[in-house]
Design a binder for this molecule. Structure first.
Ligand code: CP
Length: 334
């Protein structure tokens, strides 16, 4: 088993299947073990959170452990992640010391560090998460980085299995209009996990909103290995045809990292067309509606869809708890 949980791409399909089975056991109440008894887990939040923070704190408690929540630049020191820099600016502490000190107190470190959407070439390498993993002597759990949100993706896969049954499904990941550019972590991780688990994946987005080339290559490889395909289209209506799962998410264009006003101008034309509404959902094969939350109602998805029986967003959010308990139990079983 890998030491960290940074992206599902570091884990094999069999390992992911075992995590999903463990998550289901936690959810059913069949596993009440307390593998974190006497242990603490650090939760480092550079960015806001509801679901991730609450579900991690509750999950650690339910596994018998103690969560230690830190907010660099807020309740803890500002952090530098680059190696070899002269720290004469606004950063007080280096990740190298921060994570190794935490490792003396805690059995694992979770970290949330969003993309700043300023420099695509730099941020696509996930530099802050990579620095945590490089310097840490205890397992690191990605709680959403610039490029990945594997805990969300694991919960999403559990939700699809619960709601739509086992086996490959026709899954559509659709871009949606949003009033500001957002990071790509959720769509990247959802698409990757869906391909790894053999779902038939369609990714719909307008021209200019392509995902990372390397990620697309990885998706195709994983899909090939799993005996399935990845289809990318800019035809949003056709993308809904026959879908059993609709996953909505907005993300920013790689071309406009550093110039959000240009992104907003480019996307303005997509506002009315790229929303999940009742008409599009009628094209699905009784498809469920998923979103990681938080979601802007009547921007990403209409009230009519998110309040319908097709919507599974609250169960999806609950599954964060069970999925993360499975990850933590696996990483810290020693
Ligand atoms: N889906 C998700 O990660 O939610 P939070 O940003 O509230 O943690």
């Amino acid at each position: 088993m890998p030491r960290d949980f940074l992206t599902t791409g570091d884990w094999t399909r069999d390992e992911l299947e075992r995590l999903l089975e463990a998550a289901a056991r936690f959810k059913r109440g069949d596993d009440t073990s307390r593998p974190l008894a006497g242990k603490s887990v650090a939760l480092v939040f550079f960015n806001p959170s509801l679901r991730t923070r609450a579900s991690m704190q509750v999950g650690i408690y339910e596994l018998g452990g103690n969560p230690v929540v830190l907010e660099p630049g807020g309740t803890s020191w500002t952090l530098e992640h680059r190696d070899g820099v002269v720290m004469d600016g606004d950063k007080t502490e280096h990740v190298a010391e921060f994570v190794r000190v935490l490792g003396r107190y805690c059995a694992a470190i979770g970290v949330r560090t969003f993309a700043a959407l300023k420099d695509w070439k730099d941020e696509r390498r996930d530099p802050v998460l990579a620095a945590f993993a490089r310097h840490s002597e205890v397992p690191v759990i990605n709680l959403e980085s610039a490029m990945h949100h594997p805990c969300q993706a694991l919960a999403d896969m559990l939700t699809i299995r619960e709601k739509s049954g086992a086996g490959p499904k026709r899954v559509t990941l659709t871009w949606a209009w949003h009033p500001k550019p957002l990071p790509m972590a959720v769509p990247n991780s959802f698409a990757l996990a869906a391909a790894q688990l053999g779902h038939e994946l369609t990714i719909a987005h307008p021209p200019g909103y392509e995902l990372d080339d390397e990620l697309i290559g990885q998706l195709n490889e994983q899909a090939f290995d799993a005996g399935t395909t990845v289809n990318v289209t800019d035809d949003v209506e056709a993308a809904f045809d026959g879908a059993e799962v609709v996953y909505a998410k907005s993300w920013g264009s790689k071309m406009f990292y550093g110039s959000p006003e240009d992104d907003l101008e480019a996307r303005a034309q997509y506002r009315d067309k790229w929303i999940v509404d009742e008409a599009k959902m009628r094209r699905t094969r009784g498809g469920i509606f998923m979103h990681c939350l938080p979601v802007r109602r009547n921007v990403i998805v209409t009230d009519g869809v998110i309040d319908s029986d097709a919507s599974v967003v609250i169960d999806e959010a609950e599954n964060r708890l069970h999925a993360q308990k499975a990850v933590m139990a696996e990483l810290m079983k020693g």
